[in-house]
Design a protein around this ligand. Structure first.
Ligand code: F6P
Length: 363
């Protein structure tokens, strides 16, 4: 039998655990007698036929490294910026290069956008397998994504540190946490860090309720509050306006919100100062949440998913995402994942627990 050749790429925003996953896929693939090529800078590398051989030397020493040794980009094969020409459908180049290197399959590590791109390539006849990565934890059909646990640790430590300064100065501190469409990270770190108010996109907030939660704390002698706010959290008014926009042009409304330079947390801080009379400050954690070494839980998850992926490759079980389900790693058809997003259900046990310890969601 001829040796299988596997391509691997990382696409979308980076996150801790990508290298652990590359290593998991690669080392297990080697042990199953496959060759591994790593495409550079996401789907762009495939389109431009830029890759490096991932031999055992290249895979050594990367388990604990943050980022991705392959580089990444948000480029989509079917709408790729190509200099002065604007964007072009580069799918034919991706397909051609896949065959040029005699790939048996392509492994795509990424979040929601990557799942869609992978499905697109699958429909062009390529053998594709994906792994779910993102600090947002919003990929459908998997319990969890790698990157999330590390980012939750970073955000929780930030909340811990902000507590002491907020208390000393009797201030409101709003911590802006990544997550445009799903509030998993703000919710998880908010609970773990003991935030007094947690604001997430799934629960539009009432500013008066948020102010009331802060004032209640002042009345009982706690003259400071920590608010964990997802970058996509929005007030009831904003949510209603977005709803109207959605009917007109859903996509455009989402893109505008993502490109907006106005910080949701600054806006909230200003309004809370005038409603409560308490001084307010804002800390936006930004890309700190995506940097650095993966947590042990993420290294473990990425290794489990990566090695399960290699097993599926050897069985020629393609067209799937490898999902984490309890202690198992299971293949889920890409059609069931692409285009879907796992947001926080309103009756999720984390929300129930948070409410039971007195956390306000501003609703
Ligand atoms: O998709 C993950 C994510 O970290 C989001 O939570 C965040 O809004 C976005 O990426 C930021 O992306 P970029 O690094 O391209 O600014």
């Amino acid at each position: 039998m001829t040796q299988k050749v596997i391509g691997i790429l990382t696409s979308g925003g980076d996150c801790p655990g990508l290298n652990a996953a590359i290593r998991g896929v690669g080392k297990a693939a080697h042990s199953l007698d496959m060759q591994v090529l790593g495409y550079l800078d996401g789907f762009r590398g495939l389109v431009e036929n830029r890759f490096k051989r991932l031999d055992s030397y290249a895979l050594s020493g990367i388990l604990t490294l943050g980022g991705t040794i392959l580089g990444t980009s948000r480029d989509k094969p079917y709408r790729m910026p190509v200099g002065a020409l604007g964007t072009m459908d580069m799918t034919p180049m991706a397909v051609e290069n896949y065959h040029k290197q005699h790939l048996d399959a392509l492994v795509c590590l990424g979040g929601g956008g990557t799942q869609k791109n992978a499905l697109h390539l699958m429909k062009q006849g390529l053998n594709v397998i994906t792994l779910p990565k993102t600090i947002d934890n919003d990929v459908a059909k998997t319990d969890v994504t790698f990157g999330f646990d590390t980012a939750m640790g970073v955000a929780t430590e930030a909340i811990d540190r902000l507590h002491t300064t907020a208390e000393s100065h009797h201030r409101i501190i709003i911590v802006e946490i990544m997550g445009h469409n799903a509030g998993w990270l703000a919710l998880g770190s908010g609970i773990a860090g003991g935030a007094d108010v947690i604001l997430i996109p799934e629960i539009p907030y009432d500013i008066d309720k948020v102010a009331e939660a802060v004032l209640h704390r002042s009345r009982i002698g706690k003259r400071f509050s920590i608010i964990a706010m997802a970058e996509g959290a929005l007030s009831r008014e904003e949510s209603a306006a977005r709803g109207k926009g959605k009917k007109k042009k859903k996509k455009q409304a989402e893109e505008q919100a993502e490109c907006s330079t106005e910080s949701v947390s600054l806006k909230l801080a200003r309004r809370l100062e005038s409603l409560t009379g308490l001084e307010s400050r804002v800390t936006s954690l930004g890309h700190l949440q995506r940097g650095g070494s993966p947590s042990p839980a993420d290294r473990l998850l990425a290794t489990r998913l990566g090695t399960a992926c290699a097993q599926l490759l050897s069985e020629e079980h393609y067209g799937v995402m490898v999902a984490a389900r309890g202690e198992k790693c299971v293949p889920v058809p890409l059609e069931e994942v692409a285009g879907k997003r796992k947001i926080v259900p309103l009756d999720h046990s984390w929300i129930v627990s948070a409410r039971m310890v007195g956390t306000s969601f501003g609703d």
